[in-house]
Design a protein around this ligand. Structure first.
Ligand SMILES: C[S@@+](CC[C@H](N)C(=O)[O-])C[C@H]1O[C@@H](n2cnc3c(N)ncnc32)[C@H](O)[C@@H]1O
Length: 217
């Protein structure tokens, strides 16, 4: 399991990365449970605690949805309408089996345009995919476009040594968009025990961050 997770963190081309996720899909949930991966719950909790409108009516775009862990957590917190996007066919077919999603779309993020209508979603969420070797930071602008004015964008990243450069770049882009008044900060939550460490030079738990921003009206 340790080597599998290290492969997920490794920098490869996006085609290789998605092929890797296809091969991991069947045992993904079991493996991340062993890792005490809490990002889907933490992101859902952050969204649910700041979302001020009727949750039952909100439409959520779950980007890099994987097997559906984020939407599953959001469902438990009162949200009902989900659209999922992912580059892995195998992940998408497992997400379909959950019966949670109204629509599931295949997309190679940052290569193909996000296959959704602009300004339609009350919440756009991306969990576990913004990190070195996964989805490039440029995707954030597309997430912003898909969000309704006044809607929310929720993002997560890891804060371990191997991902610090990526995290700094992510925060630079987030802040630049804040300065351009594209969105405003709602919550940034640093979590020390994000998930168990897997690399040789880390032990215990690695930290992570949930970012929640509200798109300008
Ligand atoms: C670690 S999983 C996270 C899944 C889910 N959000 C969760 O938290 O359990 C990362 C997901 O991102 C997808 N992914 C990674 N790189 C991608 C890319 N370039 N285009 C589309 N999907 C990608 C993978 O297929 C995988 O389902």
């Amino acid at each position: 399991m340790r080597n599998t997770v290290l492969s997920a963190h490794k920098g490869t081309g996006s085609k290789e990365k998605v092929a890797f996720y296809n091969s991991w899909a069947e045992s993904y949930e079991e493996d991340v449970a062993m890792l005490e991966y809490r990002a889907p719950f933490l992101a859902a909790e952050c969204i649910a605690s700041h979302f001020t409108r009727e949750k039952e009516r909100a439409v959520i775009l779950d980007v890099a949805c994987g097997t559906g862990l984020v939407s599953r957590n959001l469902k438990k917190m009162g949200f009902c309408h989900f659209v999922g996007v992912d580059g892995s066919e195998k992940m998408l077919s497992l997400a379909k089996e959950t019966g949670l999603y109204q629509e599931l779309k295949h997309c190679m993020l940052c290569e193909d345009p996000l296959p959704v209508q602009d300004e339609l979603y009350d919440v756009v969420v991306i969990v576990g995919a913004l990190s070195d070797g996964n989805v490039a930071v440029e995707i954030i602008k597309e997430l912003w476009h898909a969000t309704k004015p006044g809607g929310y964008v929720c993002m997560t990243t890891r804060g371990n040594v191997d991902n610090l450069e990526y995290k700094a770049e992510l925060e630079r882009v987030i802040q630049a968009m804040e300065e351009e008044k594209k969105w405003s900060r709602v919550a940034v939550s640093v979590v020390d025990e994000w998930e168990k460490a897997v690399s040789e030079h880390e032990c215990g738990y690695i930290p992570g961050v949930v970012y929640l921003y509200q798109k300008a009206f």
